[in-house]
Design a protein around this ligand. Structure first.
Ligand SMILES: [Zn+2]
Length: 145
C-alpha cells in the first residue's frame, strides 16, 4: 500500500491509499479518485514524497498519535526546506571548503560574509574548539539545483 498526498484543482489537499503507483495512475485517469471536500475528480499528487506502508501496518488506519507525529514530521521538513532556501539565496556556497573558509573568516583572513557548505564531524569539532560560530542542520538540496 502506498499513501499519496493529493491536491484537487480547487486546492484541497487530502490523502488516499493505493495498492501501488500504477493503481494510482489508473484510478486518477479513470476519474475514480474524488476530492472528499468538493467531489471533483481533477486531482494530482501534491509535490512531496509518497509515504509507503511496510510490514504489519499494511492497510491499517493510522492512529491519532501517528497522524500527529506525521504532521509534526512534515512541519519540520517544511521548515527545514524553508531554511535551506533562505541559505541558498543569501549565502555563498563553499562546498567541502566550509570548515577552512569559516576559520579564515573567523580569523579575519577572508572577507566576512555568510557561507554554507559541508563539514565532516572532525571539522565541526575543530570549529567548536576554535570558537567559530556556525549552525548545523539537515540540508535539503532542491532537485532543480
Ligand atoms: Zn476539492
Amino acid at each position: 500500500m502506498i499513501l499519496y498526498q493529493l491536491l484537487c484543482h480547487k486546492g484541497h489537499d487530502f490523502e488516499a491509499w493505493f495498492r501501488d503507483s500504477g493503481t494510482y495512475d489508473q484510478q486518477v485517469v479513470a476519474g475514480d479518485v474524488a476530492c472528499p471536500f468538493c467531489g471533483t475528480s481533477v486531482v494530482n499528487k501534491a509535490p512531496m514524497a509518497p509515504h509507503v506502508a511496510i510490514g504489519r501496518g499494511k492497510g491499517r488506519k493510522r492512529s491519532g498519535a501517528e497522524e500527529r507525529a506525521q504532521q509534526v514530521a512534515e512541519n519540520i521538513l517544511e521548515a527545514v526546506d524553508g531554511i535551506s532556501r533562505e541559505v541558498e539565496e543569501n549565502c555563498e556556497f563553499v562546498g567541502d571548503e566550509f570548515a577552512e573558509e569559516a576559520k579564515r573568516i573567523h580569523y579575519g583572513e577572508s572577507e566576512e560574509r555568510r557561507i554554507y557548505g559541508e563539514a565532516t564531524d572532525e571539522e565541526a569539532e575543530e570549529l567548536d574548539d576554535e570558537g567559530v560560530e556556525y549552525i548545523r542542520f539537515p540540508f535539503i538540496r532542491r532537485r532543480d539545483g
